[in-house]
Design a binder for this molecule. Structure first.
Ligand SMILES: *Cc1c(COP(=O)(O)O)cnc(C)c1O
Length: 233
């Protein structure tokens, strides 16, 4: 193995160990929590190393970078998760290569995603991104929890999108456990009206243990596997 492959392999085992430990701590089975490795800012050669190490799910957050990497890695048996902010004029393009779109946060995006998925002839899995910011916070990334049921209805009414669950990012400057406690309640509420929306994508390099403790079924880990990214994003 190359030095880079050794480094990624070691980091990946450490992350898998953290996930296993958190599952044990939370009295959950290890197989209840899946890992997406977030490859944004890292080259396709790293994605190849990950695939060799048995990683199946990878995540990207920027359309142009994602599209190029998916094309470069077309021979690999990967599941591509789009986890970044979506512009409505890019939604169809994203759905043309993403297998899972985790960042649907407004109804306006549904038509574009639906069109991209339909043109490609594949169903695309969708997670609704919900904001965990306190009410009234200036910058909200994700839907208001009050809007989720309506968004979920819109996804279910579309032919080529499959509603799978929720995605969230813990706000900066707050104990992630408190944010994920709110997330667990939001999820229970959504499950009452949309019982198929069972997936919960939450937890990153810094807070995956707290997310697993509050029901995450998938963690999205970047820097703990691939190393630090450039500071400006
Ligand atoms: C970058 C990113 C991650 C991974 O973050 P790390 O702290 O590097 O693990 C997870 N989720 C989203 C939405 C991201 O944009």
């Amino acid at each position: 193995m190359t030095q880079r492959a050794d480094e990624i392999a070691a980091n990946l085992s450490a992350v898998r160990r953290r996930i296993a430990d958190a599952c044990r701590e939370a009295d959950r089975g290890e197989d209840e929590v899946a890992l997406t490795v977030v490859t944004k800012f890292f080259p396709a050669s790293d994605v190849r190393i990950l695939a060799d190490l048995g990683v199946r799910d990878v995540g990207e957050n920027r359309h142009q970078e994602a599209a190029a990497k998916v094309a470069e890695c077309a021979d690999l048996p990967l599941v591509w998760h789009f986890i970044g902010g979506l512009q409505s004029n890019k939604a169809a393009a994203v759905a043309s290569y993403a297998d899972v779109v985790e960042s649907l946060d407004r109804a306006k995006l549904v038509a574009g995603l639906q069109r991209g998925a339909h043109d490609r002839g594949h169903e695309v899995d969708v997670l609704l991104q919900v904001s965990l910011d306190p009410p009234g916070a200036e910058h909200r990334s994700g839907a208001d929890p009050a809007d989720l049921a309506g968004l979920a209805d819109a996804v279910e009414a579309s032919g080529a999108l499959r509603l799978r669950g929720l995605m969230a990012v813990a706000p900066l400057g707050e104990d992630p456990a408190a944010a994920f406690t709110r997330l667990a309640a939001i999820r229970s509420e959504l499950l009452r009206t949309h019982p198929g929306a069972t997936e919960l994508s939450a937890g990153m390099s810094g807070d995956l243990e707290a997310a697993i403790g509050h029901g995450a079924t998938r963690v999205r880990v970047g820097s703990a596997v691939l190393g630090p990214r450039p500071p400006v994003q």
